[in-house]
Design a protein around this ligand. Sequence first.
Ligand code: HEM
Length: 454
Amino acid sequence: MEPRQVFDLMSPEAMRDPHPILHRMRREDPVHWAEALHVWILTRYEDVTSALREPRLSAQRADRVALQGRRGGDPAVMKDFVRVMRDMMMMKDGAEHTRLRRLGNRGFTTATLDSLRPTIQRITDDLLDRVEPTGRMDIIQDLSALLPSTLIAEMFRVPEEDRPNLQQWSEDIMHFVSVSLGDVEAIARAANEAIVQLERYFLGMLEDRRKHPGNDLLSLFIGEQEEGRLSSEEICAQCILVISAGHVTTIDQLGTTVFNLLTNPGELEKLRAAPELLSSAAEEALRYDCAIPFINRITAEDMEIGGKLIPRGQMLFLGVAAANRDPAVFTDPDRFDITRTGNRHIAFIQGPHMCLGAGLARRELEIGLRTLLRRMPKLRLDPDNAADREPGLPWLLPPASVVLLMSGELSGELTRMRSAGTCLPRGRPLEAPWALSKPASTTRRGARRRRGRG
Ligand code: HEM
C-alpha cells in the first residue's frame, strides 16, 4: 500500500508560512484528502480555476460551514446563522445565485465605485491625521481595520453611533466562518447572536428607508424589491454578506500589502521611485499574500478531479493562495515582484462567485497605499515590535499587528501603553499581553478578528 502523505497544515510552521507545505502538496499530491479536516485540498492553478467554473461543485454549504470544525456541536446553536446564510448569494447556485447577484451588481457599478474615491480618500486622510502626531501607528488597528468598516457604513448610511456594533457583529460572524481555534461552541453562539442582531438591525433600517429613501445601498436594494424579485429577509441577508465579506478581507489585504512592501525594501524603493507602479504593486500583493487563501465547495455528484474519485457531498478546499504561487503559471512564485507582468492571480477568484467587491477593494488598496506612502515617506517597521501572524489554521494569516514608525522619534509613553495592552480597539479582553515579538502561538488569539475563507 502507498504510504499516506502527511501534510500538517496545523503545525506551528505551517500556520506561520503555509507555502512550503502547499508547494509540497502541489508537487506530491495535488488533489489531497486531508483526513484531519475531512476535506479535499486542491493546490494546482489549473485544477482550482477549473473547479471555480465547475457546475457540479455547489456553493450551497451554509449547513456544512455551520458544522465544519465544530466536531459534533449542537446544530440548534447555529439555526439563525444557517437560516440567514442560506439566503446569501455566496451560498447559492445557478439561477438563484444570478437573481441575487443582479441585486448586488446594481450597487457596485464602475460609476458608483469611482464616485466613492473621494470618500475613500477622506476616510484615509482622517485616520492618518489621528496618528500622524504620535509618530507611530499600528497599520491593522489604526488604518486597515477602520477604512473598510467606515466606508461600508457610509455606503449603507449607518449612523455613526451604530457603527461599532455593526463592526463587532460582522467580526463575530467572520471569526466563526474562519474555522476558529479555542472555544468553538462559544464562538458559534456569538456568531449566531451576531447574525440575529444584524438581521434585526437591517430589517429596522429597511422600514426606515422605505419611508425616507436616499442615495445609499439599502435604498437601491429596496428599488429591486419593489420590482417584486426579493423578500425583505433576502435583502437583509445580502446586506449582512456585504458588510462581513467586505470588512475582514480588506483589513487583512491592506495590512499584509504594507507589511510585504516594508519587508521587501528593494520593491518599496522601486515603488517610491515610480509611483505609476502602484496598481501593479497592489496586484502583486494580492497574488503573493491573498486575504482568502482557501474557499470551499461541495460536490453535487460523484466526480473525478486529477485522477481521484470524489464522492457526492464531500467538501473541497480550493487553494487560492496555492494557485497564486503555482510555478506552472508564475515565474519565481515566492518572489514579491511589483513589476511582475501578466499577473493572472485569482485572489478574487473567477467564475460566477467572483468577488462582488473586487473593484471597491482595489480602490481602497490603491488609495490607502498611495496616501500612506505620500504622507509618510519615512515609514518603516518598528524594530522593537516585530510583526507577528495571528495564530490559526493556515488560512488565517494576516499580521495580527504591524507597528510602523513614521519618523525617527519613538514615544516612550506610547510604547508603555501598548505593552500594557491599552491600545486594543473595542475593549475586547486580551488573552496575552500586547507583545508583538512573541511567537505566534502566544499572541493575542481571539482579541480581535479572524479572516474569512469565503
Ligand atoms: C481584498 C479584499 C477582498 C478579497 C481578497 C475578497 C475575496 C473574495 C473571494 C475569494 C470571494 C469568493 C468566495 C466564495 O465563492 O466562496 C468573494 C466573494 C464576495 N465578496 Fe469579496 N473580497 C474582498 C473584498 C470585498 C469587498 C470590499 C466586498 C464588498 C464590500 C466584498 C463582497 C463580496 C461578496 C458580496 C461576495 C459574494 C459574491 C458571490 O457569491 O457572487 N468583497 N470575495
